[in-house]
Each structure stands twice: as C-alpha cells, then as structure tokens.
Design a protein around this ligand. Structure first.
Ligand code: C2E
Ligand code: CA
Ligand code: CA
Length: 763
C-alpha cells in the first residue's frame, strides 16, 4: 500500500513538473510566475513526503519529515502569493512579508530541531518484511507541533480569505473564476481533516496538493481565460454601439445585437436574413470576400451615414463557419468632417471660398473651359483700413459681407468666387458674362449700402483675361491687381484691364529694382541741377534732379524709376546719395566764396518712413560745415498730409535749425487754400502744369493769382516751376511770383555745366 502510494506521488509530482515546464516561459506576468512557483512547490512537498515514507533510518526520517513540513509551509506561501496576485485584493508591505518569513523560518528551525528535542513529533516504528527497522509514521505530536499547526492554519486562512472576498464582491461572470480555485483548496483542507480525523497512518491528502496545483494550472491557464474571453466578447458585442448580425453557413441569422434590431427595425430575424440574401445575391459564402461600403438611411426623417462591413468567419482548418455584418453609425463623424471641411475651405466672415480653395476650384474651372473664354476679376477697396479706423470693425465687416453678397449675385453658371485676403475678393468667370457696366453699378451700390455716408467707399476692380490657362491662379490674380494699381483717379475710374503695357512696366519694375544697388555703387546716378531765377533774372541756385546714366539705355529720366524705387522703399538710399552730393557741392561753392546760391533737394514721402529726416539733414550740414540756409528741402503735399501733426512739428524743427522748407507741387494734389494757413513752409512751389491741363484758363489764372496773393500775405515766397514761355513769365511777374524755374530759362543740366554757365567769372 505504502509503496503504491509512494509511486503514485512520484509519478504525479513528475507530471506537475512537466506541466510547469509547459507554461509559456516568455510569459513573465506575476500571475504566471506565481502559478509556476506553486507547480514547483507542490511536487517538492509530494517528493518530500514520498521520501519520508521511504526513509530507512531514524535520522533520515527526522530530517525528511522536517523538510516535508517546511516545504508545506513554503507551498502555502506560494499559494498566498498566488491568491494575492489573482485577486489583486492586497499587496503586503515589506514588514508584513518579513514577519511572515520570520515565522516560517522559526517554524523550520523548530522542526529541524526535533532531531534533538523530539518535542514536535515522535515516530512510530514499523518493520519491513526483510527485518530492517523503518520509521514512517508519526506516533505522537508534541506541544511544539501546535506552533507548526498555527502557522499552517494561519496561512490557509490568509490564502482562502481573498478568494472568499472576491467571490462575495465580483459579478457573476467572474465569480466562477475564484470558485474553482477555492474549491480545490477546500478539497485539500477536507482531505487533511479526513486524514487527521481517521488517524490514518499515511497522509493521503498530500496527493491532493498535486491535484490542486494541476487544477490551478488548468483553471487559470486553459479553462477560465477562455470562458472569460468568450463571456466578455459576447457581452461587448451585446453592448456595442455598432449593429452586429451573425449568420451561419446556411444564411440563418444566429445572433443580432439590440443595435441591429434598431437598425433594421426588426422584430424577428427575418429582415436580417432578407438583407443577407440581398447581399449574397445567389452566391455561396465561399465566393464572397470581406468588404466595406457606405450606406445612407433615413431614420426619423434624418439622414444617417453608416460604414458597413462584411466579414467571413473560418475555423482553424480554414473552413467557412459563417459570417457577420457590422454597421457603424458614422453620422456624427461625417457631419463633423463636413463642418471641418467647410471651415478649411470657406472664409469665416463671408461664408464664401477662402483663398486656397478659390485657387483650387478656379484652376479646375479654367482648365475645363475652352482656352481664352475666362477672365479673372479681382477687387480691392481703397483705404479699407480707414473704414475700419473711422467707422469700426463692424461696419468694415458689413462692407466685406456686402461685397461677398454682390459676388454671389454676379456669379452665374461656371463662375467661381472667393475672398483672397482682408478686403480683396476675386471672381473667375466666363468672359462673355463680365459686363463692366453691371460691375460699376454694383460697386456703386456697395458704397451706398455700406453705412459710411460721410466717407466715399472706392472699390476698384482689376480684370485679367485668361489667355494662358497654364499659369497659376495666384498669378492671374496678381495680374488683375497690377491692373488695379494703374487706376489713377480713384473717383472716376473703377475698372482697369491688365494689358501688355502693364506686363512690360512690371518687367521694367523688376529690372530697376534688380539693377539699382549695383548702379548706385557704380556711380550711374548723376546729380543734375535746374536753375532757379529771380524776377530780375538773377540766378539764385537750382533744384537737384537725379539722372540715371545707364550703360546701355543712356540717360534715363526720373519718371522711369523714382516711382518704382518709392514703391520698394529703395528711394531712401538714392535720396541720401543725392543729398550728400548736394551738400558736398554747397561746401565746394562755400570754399569758392559762392555762399549766396542755394540747392533745393527733393524728399520723397517714403523717406519719412525710412529715415530720421531731421537727424540726416542736420548731420549733413554739420559734416560739410555749410549753412542750412543754402539747403532747401522740398516736401510734397502728400507727405505732409499723411501725418499732418507730426510733419508740422518736423517742419518747425527744421526751420528752427535754419533750413528753408518748400512745399513742392502745390496744386497737383489735395491742395486746399485753407490748409495753407496752417502750413508753416517758407516757400510754395506751384507747378504750371496744373494751369495747362484746364480748359478754363481764365479761372485757373484767377485761382493762381489768389494762391500767390494769399501766400504773400502769409509771408511765403512763391516759386513757379514749369515756366516755358515769355507770356507766362510776364503774367507771373505781374501777379507777384518771386522765383522761376522752367525750360524758358534752362533745362536741368549736369552740375559742371551749371557752374560753367553761371559762375563764369566767380571763384
Ligand atoms: P519735380 O520735383 O516736380 O521736378 C521738376 C520736374 O519738372 C523735373 O522733371 C524737371 O525737369 C521738370 N521741368 C522743369 N522745367 C520744366 C518745364 O518748363 N516744362 C516741363 N514740361 N517740365 C519741366 P524731372 O527731372 O524729370 O523729375 C521728375 C520728378 O522726379 C520730379 O518732379 C521729382 O518729383 C522726381 N525727382 C527727380 N529727382 C529726384 C530725386 O533726386 N529724388 C526724389 N525723391 N525725386 C526726384
Ligand atoms: Ca521738386
Ligand atoms: Ca515740383
């Protein structure tokens, strides 16, 4: 009997060892590790007990028995470790672990000490058939054995407790998981109780350790996770927001979740099967493939969007076992995407296309159309910033919305329109539909509607006829804007067409800016001077006028480059260069004793942005040691008007320093007589040009008379430029003009010529 039991124990122990090796060693999870410990500790206990049963001398039996009890302690510690990992109920602190290990160590010490003390247990002696004495049974348990018992029972309680708590607290699906482990523990306890109660010679309960280890292995690694996975899967499908309908190979609906019943408005499985039949369309399951498609359905008179997928199911051997449909309601995503797409392609304020999208759509429209049949029409509001500043952002916004609405009205079939930036809009339309009169009318209406009655809104329109379909839409728009730039009188003209002239001027613009720096360095810019003469015919000095002596093009007049340099801000460098030459010349004249002659220099409106005019001129005067009286500064009306108060202070400071300040081109711009009285300039330069332009010569002459008499009263000196005839000189002398400048006297000339002509007998 004993031998049979021993053999059984050893075989069983070996089986468990093998199982422990089968557990995936790569799985380093704490739970798997805990199970592995049990599967090592349990067979150790069994082997120890088998060893104890086989012991043939007292000392060996003592030691092996003690080992068996100690290993039992260890097995229980492994069990405790496992249940704590399994239930996640509590993580023992280091101190608690320490106490536990200490108690077990004390128990072990006491058990091994039994060899000497015999206070824990005493052996019963049995005889073998061959006459050898054999010690295999415990005859008596001493008082100290109770300590070991206490350790064991304590550990058993600690092991069982987490499982019981979990069973009480977990949902039904999980309870089974803990029940099974608890059940195997109960078997061990029951077997042990039975062994003690029946006072059996051999402890059969040791075998149940192995049973328990195997049960834990099976329930944890094989059985429970599988069951749990299935349970969880089916409940996730049940609770899914998507509709799921499963079919067997015959096309019978075997499962549909509640969402699917809602989707098909089904009361039984019939609608599902109808759907399946419709999809299969007479095919077999083996002839189908996994696929996805979109479906839209009307639900409660609301359009809903679905992403439907069909999937086939196969078993391990690749045999089809069924299929399922999944319907995902993506209405929210689709609508969100639509909103996002709208935001990305439309302008927030006006709701029309934004620049990027306009470029895309217009490019497609142009490509689709017959070559040469489309035009690009762009609009720009003159001084839109002023509208915002004076009337507020709301009025500005309203104006922009009005323009967008106008575009919507004007756009017919085949037209694309959008907002390019701030106050810029564009419409790409068939040429035959573009009617300038209609546009002018609409633009006028925008101005009237805009709620800015005190301020005239000027919307300007540039048109580019798309002859070359392959250039980028952005370039087409640039060309339309180039045309707008040519609109001079913002009051009468509203529409300008892009033509070859504009293209050429833009090319020459690029040439000028490209060549400027090198030309300046190279000394290609020369200082010409046009004499200024007193009423008595005496030379008083002259105006410095620049000329570009181009190596290929020869003498280039300022009109061909000053405007361009002003637009790009390069003018400042050129002006500083000319001012420097003028001051140098004044110094030369001073050294020759010619101190009564002045030079007038031009200051471009742009110079005020880029240079500190006061600092530059006082600096030059000091550098060359000349009198500021001899340097006259020509400022244009537009420069003064751009920031009246600031310029007023600047002019006063310059005058206090000793400069003569002249207002250039008076009469060509905003010119108001009223303004004259506030303007503290020393000299007024009136251009004869503005007299020439009018047909009512008499009235113009009267105005000129008044200007001159008014400036005299205000103590200003008057210079008339552009004087070409004797009559003009006589008339101007009559009405009180002080100084003349014009071709009648002399054209602008190189300074050397000027000096030769006027300073013949001087210095
Ligand atoms: P502006 O300052 O009004 O200069 C007078 C212009 O009138 C000069 O043209 C001059 O040659 C021209 N002129 C003089 N007398 C007569 C005449 O009897 N009849 C006619 N039809 N024209 C006459 P210019 O030199 O071609 O300069 C044109 C404009 O270029 C100047 O107008 C000035 O605004 C600008 N400019 C010239 N040089 C410079 C410069 O160094 N710096 C800056 N910023 N601008 C300059
Ligand atoms: Ca001038
Ligand atoms: Ca002038």
């Amino acid at each position: 009997m004993r031998n049979v039991y021993t053999t059984l124990l050893l075989i069983f122990a070996a089986a468990i060892f093998i199982c422990s090796c089968v557990i995936d060693r790569r799985d380093k999870s704490p739970l798997t590790r805990a199970i592995r410990y049990i599967m090592i500790a349990a067979p150790c206990t069994m082997v120890a007990y088998a060893g104890a049963l086989l012991a043939t001398n007292r000392l060996a039996a003592e030691l092996i028995y003690a080992t068996y009890y100690v290993v039992s302690d260890i097995l229980l510690i492994c069990m405790l470790h496992y249940t704590l990992q399994y239930t996640h109920i509590y993580t023992p602190k280091t101190v608690q672990r320490g106490i536990l290990y200490f108690v077990v160590a004390a128990d072990a010490l006491m058990l091994y000490a039994n060899v000497v003390t015999e206070k824990v247990f005493v052996f019963r002696c049995g005889m073998m058939a061959d006459g050898d004495t054999q010690f295999y049974g415990i005859a008596e348990r001493g008082g100290l054995y109770n300590f070991h018992r206490l350790v064991i029972y304590g550990l058993v309680v600690l092991v069982v407790l987490p499982l019981v708590i979990k069973i009480a607290k977990s949902p039904a699906m999980y309870r089974k998981k803990y029940w099974l482990t608890l059940f195997s523990l109960v078997i061990i306890i029951a077997a042990n109780v039975l062994y003690l109660a029946l006072r059996l010679e051999i402890d059969f309960s040791v075998l149940t350790y192995g049973v328990m280890a195997l049960a834990i292995y099976y329930f944890n690694v094989i059985y429970v996770p599988q069951g749990l996975v299935e349970g969880l899967l089916s409940s996730s499908i049940k609770n899914m927001d998507d509709s799921v309908v499963c079919f067997d190979i015959e096309g019978n609906c075997v499962y549909a979740n509640s969402e699917a019943y809602g989707f098909f408005r089904a009361r039984n499985t019939e609608p599902f099967e109808e759907y399946y039949k419709g999809w299969m369309n007479g095919r077999k399951l083996s002839e189908t493939e996994d696929s996805d498609w979109k479906e839209t359905r009307e639900v409660n008179s609301e359009k809903r969007y679905y992403d439907v997928s069909f999937k086939r199911l196969s078993d391990r051997n690749d045999n089809y076992v069924g299929c399922f449909f999944k319907m995902h309601d993506e209405t929210v995503e689709v609508e969100k995407l639509a909103v996002e797409r709208f935001r990305a392609t439309h302008d927030r304020l006006t709701g029309i296309y934004n620049r990027e999208h306009f470029y895309d759509v217009a490019a497609k429209a142009v490509q689709k159309a017959e070559p040469g049949t489309y035009c690009m029409v762009c609009s720009d509001i003159r001084n839109f910033k002023l509208v915002n500043d004076i009337f507020g952002i709301n009025v500005g916004d309203e104006l922009l919305v009005n323009i967008a609405d106008t575009l919507k009205r004007l756009a017919g079939a085949g037209s694309v329109y959008g907002r390019l930036s701030g106050d810029r809009f564009a419409i790409c339309m068939p040429r035959e539909r573009f009617d300038p009169d209609v546009f002018v009318n609409e633009i006028r209406r925008i101005g009237e509607k805009s709620g800015t009655s005190t301020y005239r809104i000027n919307v300007h329109v540039g048109v580019y006829d798309i002859v070359d379909r392959d250039i980028a839409v952005s370039v087409m728009c640039d060309r339309a804007y180039m045309a707008i730039k040519t609109i001079k009188s913002s009051l009468t003209d509203m529409i300008a067409h892009y033509d070859e002239g504009i293209r050429e001027s833009s090319v020459s613009e690029q040439k000028v800016t490209g060549e400027f720096a090198a030309a300046l360095e190279d000394g290609q810019f020369c200082f010409y001077i046009q004499p200024q003469v007193s009423v008595r015919g005496r030379i008083l000095g002259g105006e410095a006028l620049v000329r570009w002596i181009h190596p290929q093009r020869g003498l280039v007049p300022p009109i061909e480059f000053i405007g361009i340099l002003e637009n790009t801000g390069l003018i400042c460098r050129l002006d500083m260069y000319i001012w420097d030459l003028a001051c140098r010349k004044l110094r030369e004249w001073k050294d020759r004793g010619l101190t009564e002659y002045h030079i007038s220099v031009n200051i471009s409106p742009k110079d005020f942005y880029f240079a500190d005019i006061y600092k530059v001129f006082t600096g030059l005067v000091e550098q060359y040691g000349i009198s500021p009286r001899n340097l006259r500064l020509e400022i244009t009306e537009s420069a003064i008007m751009s920031d009246f108060d600031k310029q007023l202070i600047l002019i006063q400071r310059l005058q206090e320093y000793g400069f003569m300040v002249e207002m250039d081109d008076f009469g060509s711009g905003y010119s108001s007589l009223n303004m004259l009285k506030d303007m503290p300039v020393n000299t007024l330069k009136v251009d004869m040009g503005f007299l020439r332009q009018t047909s009512h010569q008499e009235r113009s002459r009267t105005i000129l008379k008044m200007i001159i008499s008014l400036s005299k009263q205000l103590g200003m000196e008057v210079v008339t430029e552009g004087v070409e005839t004797r009559e003009q000189v006589d008339f101007l002398t009559d009405i009180g003009c002080d100084i003349f400048q014009g071709y009648y006297f002399a054209r602008p000339m190189p300074v050397d010529d000027f000096e030769k002509k006027y300073f013949v007998n001087r210095g």
